[in-house]
Design a protein around this ligand. Sequence first.
Ligand SMILES: [Zn+2]
Length: 260
Amino acid sequence: MALGDTTAIHQFSCLDDNFGVLIHDSESGTTVAVDVPEASAYASALEETGWTLTHILITHHHWDHVEGLGDLKTSTGATVIGPARSRMKIPEIDRTVEDGDTVHCGPYKIDAISTPGHTLDQISWHLPDIGVAHTGDTLFSLGCGRVFEGDMEMMWSSLSKLLRKLPDETRIYCGHEYTADNAKFALTIEPDNAELQKRAAEVEDLRAAGKSTLPTSMKLEKATNPFLRAGEASVAAALGMDGKNAEEVFAEIRTRKDNA
Ligand SMILES: [Zn+2]
């Protein structure tokens, strides 16, 4: 059976608006977690699914992504893989990765894509064989992370890298449920984008029903996420920035969001 057919993904809420994600292969029994905002939420998810945790991937060092790591590692004995750059900040890391490295967790081939900007250590994880990526706090649905440690140029370069590397069908998981707020902001940039209007309505319905808006897809984000669309002439025009390059347009959008 194809890996995609034996894979199940369980996403659940942690803390206020963080996500926990478990990727499970029923054939091998491999279960991979991405980030650990809260150990108790993971313990419940593992109990509920009956899955045994084997690996933990970390996207970046912020506390709300690693707070539960120590406890979860101790209780499960899972192998922790994370950014080399944060080796000293995250003592639980067993194996480090740099940009372009590939790790194998059971049957999963997982590519580490360095996407700095929000933090310098940020890694986006790509599982090409099942068409899944976790973009941490770099790419959100209809948004992107705040630029804390890097600069605008770096963040745009990271988002451009995701645009190049992740195929349209890729299902995107990320660190936070921020989509409803992001949709409101995105509509201030592209009020006439019909796909965005449709997505914003869908997001409103999902949230009203208490459901998550993730995963999204690269295809949907390319059509609706203003931060990924900074290179579109129509977006530059909408901001009165005709002829400006994508990086300048991105910086303007990010600055507006910071001040929104
Ligand atoms: Zn963060």
